[in-house]
Design a protein around this ligand. Sequence first.
Ligand code: CMC
Length: 426
Amino acid sequence: MEKSKAKFIIDGKEFEYPLIEGTENERAIDISTLRSDTGCITLDYGYMNTGACTSAITYLDGENGVLRYRGYPVEELAEKLEFVSVAYLLVNGKIPNNSERKEWSRLLNKHSIIHEDMRHFFYRYPEHAHPMAILSAMVVSLSAFYPELSQHRPEEPEEQLDIAAARLISMLRTIAAFSYKKSIGEPFVYPQHSLKYCENFLNMMFSSPVIPYEIKPEITKALNVLLILHADHEQNCSTSAVRLVGSARVNLYASVAAGICALWGPLHGGANQMVIEMLEEMRAKGISAKEVIEKAKSRDTAFRLYGFGHRVYKSYDPRAKVIKKVCDDVLKVLNINDPLLEIAKKLEEAALCDEFFIERNLYPNVDFYSGIIYRAIGIPKEMFTVLFALGRLPGWIAQWKEAREDCSFKIQRPRQIYVGPQNRHV
Ligand code: CMC
């Protein structure tokens, strides 16, 4: 909705641009014609102030710690729904009714088993291959096995996109569990139609030919909550990667594979593994919270306090609040006394009263406590970011779909200010 104008004065000449306002009163200056009008571009390192799209999927207010999917507070969704319903909500814009839920489950079950030839790929990876490398390669490979449903063409029927979305959501879980089984040298466990999404994943991860996995509702609930809390986060690094790659009209699988690669980084989804490694090192070497905080503040090292800070949140990350509570509950129910939880709590306490962290509004983010829950469930730390990817997938799909349906959808192609040598000759 256009409300008023912003004025730019360049070389004494005035230019007017519309101010755009979103449904939650967020404001933007629409500078789409700036370059053609003035010859100037904007320069915004790290896109701190740049909106790349309008979106109706997720609302995030970083100052007040608010996160909503399609208008619903994430805390409410985590309490009342299962992950697959939230996935449906993100992708289709509404909470499914009974018949939609049934049809969605049917599609997820139908497309849960990967092509038999893809199963052989797992055997060719080296023993210690990181599961994120396997995950991204497997996801892009889906475009080779299911090309008929993956072309990024707006004229394709909606039904085909539903199948591609369901296939990806269901198969990512199978690929994730298979990559774990491969890493520990155990036979693959196939998905079962009688099990729900999270139960199925845990069964595929932890059942073995000799010991069947005992499903505990508290664990399934915790996993559902974690996946829901990760399900979307508007235009973060990996989602922007999905949108950017998708803007070249590449298929859904290839776009999501790009998102998985971006997520892997330690400043993004890879931070959950880094947090546990940091806590393990503190425990093993007896390093104090104060020492870690001093190291994180130092300019002599690239080390950061992993699981702290966020580009958008300048108050407590609402996801971290829920996760901290789930963490206490799960450990209590499972009767686990994880020494890393104590270390993490001390570290949080010390950081929250340190001037450096206070001045910069650095609070725990979604990755700070999630790893301790994953550990309690039995998930190894190399798999933590894979779990983040499982959770984020519906968001990636929803954002890719929204971009595709946007009539102003353009290939994303930022500009630059060239600072290299001027014309010269050999
Ligand atoms: N430890 C120490 N210093 C920090 C941290 C941290 N975790 N986070 C930010 N800072 C400092 C940073 O050094 C800078 O200081 P100065 O102003 O003196 O140069 C200031 O705070 C602003 O940081 P920034 O890097 O400019 O902020 P950003 O918005 O570009 O980065 C971030 C956001 C998440 C990459 C950063 O906070 C970080 O590296 N955190 C640790 C990694 C992490 O936990 N990532 C997971 C994020 S949540 C999951 C997800 O959605 O990705």
